[in-house]
Design a protein around this ligand. Structure first.
Ligand code: NG1
Ligand code: ZN
Length: 536
């Protein structure tokens, strides 16, 4: 108790304005970095409890604020299989972080240990990493102090992309078991991806240049490192890494990166790609991905998370059919309310695959995707992955092929099982998946874009007095509170053709978001404005 209390005194918590509480949200704790030192210390205490609760398995802690500005930072916990922290534990994080004094912090820590029947004498292990933000160093020092005070073994992996840390957590906990996820090192991650990529491309070549905008974040150096593991003479992949300046913190996510591309619907101005060149953008911690190109005739065109999702579902669905497994494996696609209606129609009507809608936040999508043998999930913003069940992975390896085509499909599926990060959305791994699919289909981005036409849409951020007044139902597609608001939104939607609109409180910002789509751009804009006025 004394060790924790003394260490906590070195990393004080800053009271928030107007008595507000810190909250473990969709992305863990995320805010201005100068508020986070005490928060990160306390997250360290919870990570040690979590490890002890789960029989000393390794728990991960990632320090990042993803696509947010360089002055922000964030901290979140990763569970043993590389998944997000179990939802029940989010309130324990909130309780610890809001303890008003060092002494009360120790009380809450001890109470949690007692209530959750945790033996604080058994070993605990925590591994952690951070993105390139300058504040990251100080935060991991606070984290390490908490781990020392609780006698927790810890490994500092220093700079990592978020998905690399998730990989390492799973690899650590599965090491030496039949379900080993790969070597427990950053190199192990590169080797696993590179080997699976070569196997998946097999017999084809990645054509043309791929320009990758790395948001001036940790993805830049990590992607460059990864590329060293690719035998270019064998598979191609002429990747040109741009916006990879990690020495000037102020340029992180500035006018570049996946979030910029998605929200501004334009290519980052620096390193403007030549017309026709295939481009993609990662976000600041390399877990989101956007594809796009400048068309000489029609201008900028973006392929977002919905497009990646439908591309992956289409390709994998066809492979499963060719492999003769269509009757054995259940394939499903998981989206949120932000998915473009045209993508949902394409997946259900053209691909004939089921689509489930969940609330925002990848933990919800991930959870539902786990219910399928092959669960494809992406948020429109480019965060997502494809999950393969143990049964699915097993059948790719053990089914006896009846023809060369069937063998080819099975081999490709097995390679995808290793290529696609099974723990969390991973921009580098997803990018390789897209490159594999385009090579197999012999498609350009224009071919990919031709699969369906997006409904015009608009997303607006609305400042409101108190966002907590907004409650939703039906996977966030309807407001249950304030009274009467949903009826007004319904009235507004009725006035437009093929229209849909909803409003919800953001889980990461102090505001509401309004989404609208309709048959034309003008109508989508007008509907969004009307609903924004209702919410205001
Ligand atoms: P909020 O702020 O709850 O809308 C945003 C994104 C989510 C998700 C989280 C976590 C949109 C509309 N919302 O959530 O998709 O990625 O951040 O980063 O893009
Ligand atoms: Zn991110």
């Amino acid at each position: 108790d004394q060790a924790i209390q003394a260490a906590s005194a070195r990393h004080p918590i800053v009271p928030l304005e107007r008595g507000q509480l810190y909250r473990y949200g969709t992305a863990g704790f995320r805010m201005k970095a100068d508020l986070l030192e005490g928060v990160t210390f306390r997250v360290g205490l919870l990570a040690s409890l979590r490890s002890r609760k789960l029989n000393s398995q390794a728990i991960g802690v990632m320090v990042t604020a993803s696509h947010n500005p360089a002055v922000d930072n964030g901290v979140k916990i990763v569970d043993p299989m590389g998944e997000m922290l179990e939802q029940d534990w989010e309130r324990y994080a909130t309780a610890l972080v809001n303890a008003p004094s060092d002494a009360e912090l120790v009380d809450i820590y001890n109470r949690l240990a007692t209530d959750l029947k945790i033996d604080t004498k058994i070993p605990a292990k925590v591994i952690y990493g951070r993105d390139t933000r300058p504040s990251g160093h100080k935060l991991v020092t606070a984290l390490a102090d908490a781990l020392d005070a609780t006698r927790t073994e810890h490994v500092d992996y220093k700079l990592l992309t978020t998905p690399q840390l998730h990989y390492l957590v799973r690899a650590t906990n599965s090491e030496g078991t039949p379900l080993s996820y790969g070597k427990v090192s950053e190199v192990g991650y590169y080797e696993k991806l590179a080997e699976a990529f070569v196997r998946a491309v097999r017999g084809r070549r990645i054509s043309g240049t791929l320009q990758v905008d790395c948001a001036n974040g940790v993805g830049g150096p990590k992607l460059s490192e990864f590329l060293k593991y690719i035998p270019k003479d064998k598979v191609g992949l002429d990747a040109r890494v741009v916006n990879d300046d990690v020495l000037r913190p102020e340029v992180l996510n500035l006018d570049c990166g996946a979030d910029y591309v998605k929200t501004k619907q334009r290519a980052p101005p620096a390193h403007q790609a030549k017309p026709g060149v295939r481009c993609c953008s990662l976000d600041g911690d390399a877990d989101r991905l956007m594809y796009y190109w400048e068309d000489p005739e029609s201008g900028f065109f973006m392929l977002d998370g919905d497009r990646i999702s439908s591309l992956a579902a289409s390709f994998i669905g066809d492979l499963v059919t060719s492999a003769g497994l269509r009757d054995d494996l259940r394939i499903g696609v998981v989206q949120t309310a932000y998915a473009n209606g045209a993508s949902t129609n394409y997946i259900t009507q053209h691909l004939k695959l089921p689509v489930v809608c969940t609330p925002t936040g990848v933990k919800h999508l991930h959870h539902v995707a786990q219910g399928y043998d092959i669960g494809v999930y992406f948020e429109a913003n480019g965060h997502g992955t494809v999950l393969f069940s143990p049964d699915a992975l097993n059948s790719f390896k053990t089914k006896e092929p009846q023809s060369p085509a069937q063998k080819d499909a099975l081999d490709t599926l097995a390679a995808l099982g290793d290529l696609v990060n099974q723990t969390v959305g991973d921009a580098i791994s997803d990018m390789l998946l897209v490159e594999v699919i385009l090579a197999h289909k012999n498609w350009t981005l224009r071919d990919w874009a031709m699969t369906y036409s997006d409904l015009p849409n608009r997303l607006v951020r609305v400042e409101v007095g108190n966002k907590d007044l907004f409650h939703t139902t039906d996977a966030e597609r309807r407001l249950s509170h304030p009274d009467g608001a949903q009826e007004e939104i319904d009235e507004a939607v009725k006035k437009f053709k093929d229209a849909r609109s909803f409003a919800r409180a953001s889980g990461t910002e102090n505001a509401c978001r309004v989404y609208a789509e309709a048959a034309t751009r003008t109508e989508a804009n007008e509907l969004a404005d009307r609903v924004a006025r209702i919410v205001e």
